[in-house]
Design a protein. Sequence first.
Length: 387
Amino acid sequence: MYAVYLMLNNTESDYYEEFPNTGRIYLNNASVSRMPTSAITAVSDFFINYSDAGPDSTVGREMVLDMARRVRRIISDMIHCQPDEIILTQSTTDGVNIVANGLDIRPHNNIIMRDVAHEHHANSFPWLSLQAEHRILKVNQNGLFNIRDMESYVDNDTAVVALTHALYNTGAILPLERIGRMLQGTTYFFVDAAQTVGNFGSYDFTKLHCDSMAFNGSKWLCGPMGTGLFYCSRKAASRLRPVAVGGESAIIYDDTKIAHKNMPDRFEAGYRNYAGLAGLAASLEYITRIGLDTIQHKNNKLSQAFKDNISDMRNITMYGPTDGHIGIVSFNINGQKSSDVVKILESRGVIVAEREIGGQNIVRISPHFYNTYNEMDATIEIIKKLL
């Protein structure tokens, strides 16, 4: 039995009841979100129906092709691109590696990225593993950098600029529209959009002017783990060498020669997580019915309500910008380890996360639209007792 009991009014419970739980307050959606009942059911139904149809049958093959088409159609509408520019992966990390290992990067080239102590591992480790010069942008306490510094770093040997749209630790939104316009047509621009797709309203991602972009299905899109999406413009696709090759992604000719298929097949060697795609398709249909702007508004309201209540408490240190951020709140209780705070909250039925900002460990909360104001209040009451 958990120490927190929730009394939900009808308005708040509209979304809450669609996400199965046993009373825990889950505030770690920037890591992995809960799934709606419809998505969980879709995964189960897929296994049953696919097995019944015969996995390697005409009907079975059409089932998986149809799911892939559904996901591509919804995602392409969401980020404003063509369906064949969406590659189905298993994670954001998967998409980063497609670019890092697919571009022709030589030792004399340089890669521009943010200070790795502030960057998510998914968008730093793949780049650091390459034999090239790494030009690291210095950042302030909120993870932001001076655009003039970046402008001075770009030259004819710059192979790629790899930046994150919104930061996982402070929620700060980077000025990628300006950077994308500056780099357009000159330097390959990669964006880690794990924290914005599904959490940024009906934003037109073409404004970023990026060549490719990676995100996953299990954060703000409420899909299963092991589902990822990689956007690659048709023009940029020709610059990437597929790092995996198989019968699904290539054809053989003249007995020994391989030719890569067209988009999106060229980057999809091997089977996909079809059961996960079934759940993801259902989640995408669910959140698009609600509306991305509605979801963003609710997320921002929940996080702001939490922030307003906690920021004036004694012995609380807040992190992150006061504006220009997504619905992530990071803080510490002075004199207490963030890991201890996370453990105490979990023991009382509240799931949050410990993350880092530079060398500083912090407590991060990241509510989603299915969370409630009652949950925010209950969490705040627990924190008050820890001060």
